[in-house]
Design a protein around this ligand. Structure first.
Ligand code: UDP
Length: 363
């Protein structure tokens, strides 16, 4: 069975890495893979570093579809990926997550009558203003094999009429990467320069359009955070989308350290040793849950409710007023402890490959 794996953006690289390692470890003579990088994220800091740090082999092809509007990028990926599939026929296209590449490549595969597998299927924010939710819905509406991170995600798919034998609750590949790399995290080079001390700083990441596209809104959030952290440093590895907006605002604050996006090993070193993470990322709420680090999410909803019901995450919403009371709870030592969701045990990719192997044997 020929499997074409798709990776396009930062969170994809972290999810695809363990799947590739598990395919290699499985060593089946009946299965081989081809890795397609769509080029959605393309620079050293958002792409290359992850290939190096996570031992992902060089992609077989890079479609170089970076930049552009949502529609331009979707169209560019679809055109390039159709050519790729015609030149390199495959039996299964495996997509991960919820980025533009996930949706664009699934559509192309399905229209060429190729089966589609979706890793991280079934999660829902029910917020149609998020491009990611549209990507999830479109992808899951044409997926053939659904790999889920939680029972809740599987239930969502069943409710949508998906046959049970197409749904595989395997766990979380992002956590596979976290657990396999946890003993290799790297203290960032600026640790001493900034005089950082374990549990005495915050990590902040923001990149959702609802938080960062409006300068005034972004500045209000940053003000509210930096004014209520009792002068502890706030480390802000800045996403390219946010950097563009923040540059225009000229915002600065002595507590806020704006830094380039970090490599995976440096970023998660910072997270593991932080007092708390403030974020609007989805993946980071999963990682903080597993590492037991308090996490505040600046969103009105989440497609990962398990990080709140079981984990260390709380949804604060997008109103800056919610930040101060949450920080008070944290500083009073009253943040919840949390536990780890079922099957987030580092073996999700292995389970996925076992399913793929069965498919290969039945071809
Ligand atoms: N991440 C990283 N460096 C950074 C910020 C994030 O390595 O400077 C990692 C983080 O550990 C997580 C992933 O990137 O695995 C999350 O990506 P992002 O927030 O872009 O996507 P989302 O999870 O919101 O889809």
């Amino acid at each position: 069975m020929r499997v074409t794996l798709i990776a396009g953006a930062r969170p994809n690289f972290i999810k695809i890495a363990p799947i590739i390692h598990a395919i290699k470890a499985n060593n089946s003579t009946k299965m081989n893979y081809r890795l397609v990088h769509t080029g959605q994220h393309f620079d050293e800091k958002m792409s290359h570093t992850f290939f190096k740090q996570l031992n992902i082999p060089e992609p077989d092809i890079n479609l170089s579809c970076g930049g552009g509007s949502q529609a331009e990028q979707t169209a560019a990926i679809m055109i390039a990926f159709e050519k790729e599939l015609l030149a390199n026929p495959t039996d299964l296209v495996l997509v991960v997550g919820d980025v533009t590449s996930t949706m664009a490549c699934s559509i192309v595969a399905k229209k060429l009558k190729i089966k589609v597998a979706h890793v991280e299927a079934g999660i829902r924010s029910y917020d149609m203003s998020m491009p990611e939710e549209i990507n999830r819905l479109v992808t899951d509406s044409i997926t053939d094999y659904f790999f889920t991170t939680t029972v809740w995600a599987s239930e969502n798919l069943k409710k949508a009429g998906i046959a049970e034998n197409k749904i595989f609750f395997v766990g979380n590949v992002m956590i596979d990467t976290l657990l396999s790399k946890r003993n290799q995290f790297v203290r960032p080079s600026f640790w001493n320069d900034l005089n950082l001390k374990t549990k005495k700083y915050f990590v902040l990441t923001l990149h959702r359009p609802a938080n960062v596209d409006d300068i005034n809104n972004l500045v209000k959030l940053l003000n509210e955070i930096t004014n209520n952290v009792y002068s502890l440093p706030v480390l802000f590895p800045i996403h390219p989308r946010t950097a563009k907006v923040l540059k225009e605002s000229g915002f600065s604050n002595v507590n806020l350290h704006i830094i380039e996006p970090l490599g995976y090993l440096e970023f998660n070193y910072l997270v593991e040793n932080a007092l708390c993470v403030i974020t609007d990322s989805g993946g980071i709420t999963e990682e903080t849950t597993v590492m037991g680090i308090p996490c505040m999410t600046l969103r009105d909803n989440t497609e990962r409710p398990e990080t709140i019901d079981l984990g260390t995450n709380e949804l604060l919403g997008t109103n800056p007023k919610a930040i101060k009371p949450a920080l008070e709870i944290l500083f009073n030592g009253k943040w919840k402890k949390g536990s780890i969701p079922e099957k987030w045990d580092g073996k999700a990719a292995e389970r996925i490959v076992t399913v793929l192997e069965k498919m290969a044997n039945n071809l």
